[in-house]
Design a protein around this ligand. Structure first.
Ligand SMILES: N[C@@H](CCC(=O)N[C@@H](CS)C(=O)NCC(=O)O)C(=O)O
Length: 204
């Protein structure tokens, strides 16, 4: 399969998931896709939202959305989520979707304010980042950090935490305000099986 992405961006989440599941993929770097140009034209043909990650499966089918990619990975590697019947599984499902439904859109709006507020883009990033901080405080309260988000088992939710810790409001804010996110991200960053992919994405 081919994963279209940019080192350090959302594609890093899917890269780490595929790596944990031992699913081989080819990385296609589309750096610059968020500006007009050939990378954007290429990505737009595959994903009308023109976002990364965009994944082209072995059969040519396109998968987008990190949460959908996570569910596909779990079909192939169920051990990366708590087992059916355990209470942790519902928390996994809730937090996975909660993160992409609530936290991820704050980047969509804050990173490209001129799209959404063309006449007054100034306030949007600041307000989105403050809102994102409030989301992270609640998210942190839901996590166990022992040593992973749901306890002893490493799950695909942990991957989001390790990658997102490198994004705004950035490392120092997380260290000062969200001890569980920080501890979980540290645990993920120490996993030898993720060393290469996290390094390539400048997460470690
Ligand atoms: N809901 C999507 C969000 C993906 C996303 O927002 N990716 C960012 C990069 S981290 C992006 O491509 N932004 C460019 C844009 O929205 O135009 C997911 O979970 O995969």
């Amino acid at each position: 399969m081919k994963l279209y992405g940019v080192p350090g961006w959302g594609s890093a989440i899917s890269e780490a998931m595929l790596t944990l599941a031992d699913i081989p993929y080819q990385f296609v770097n589309v750096d610059g896709f968020d500006q007009p140009g050939p990378q954007r034209e290429l990505l737009k043909k595959l994903n009308p939202l023109c976002q990364v990650p965009t994944l082209e499966l072995e059969n040519g089918q396109i998968m987008t959305e990190t949460a959908a990619i996570a569910l596909m990975v779990l079909d192939r590697c169920p051990d990366l989520a708590p087992p059916v019947g355990k209470a942790e599984r519902q928390q996994f499902q809730r937090l996975l979707i909660w993160f992409v439904a609530n936290v991820y859109p704050t980047f969509t709006f804050a990173d490209y304010p001129e799209r959404w507020a063309p006449t007054a883009p100034g306030e949007l990033p600041k307000n989105c980042i403050e809102y994102r901080k409030s989301l992270y405080l609640w998210f942190d309260s839901q996590l166990k950090a022992a040593p992973f988000a749901l306890g002893e088992q490493l799950t695909l939710l942990d991957v989001y935490i390790a990658v997102a810790r490198t994004w705004g409001p950035r490392h120092d804010w997380f260290a000062a305000n969200t001890p569980n996110i920080t501890a979980i991200a540290d645990s993920v960053c120490a996993l030898p099986e993720l060393h290469k992919v996290l390094k390539a994405n400048e997460i470690i």
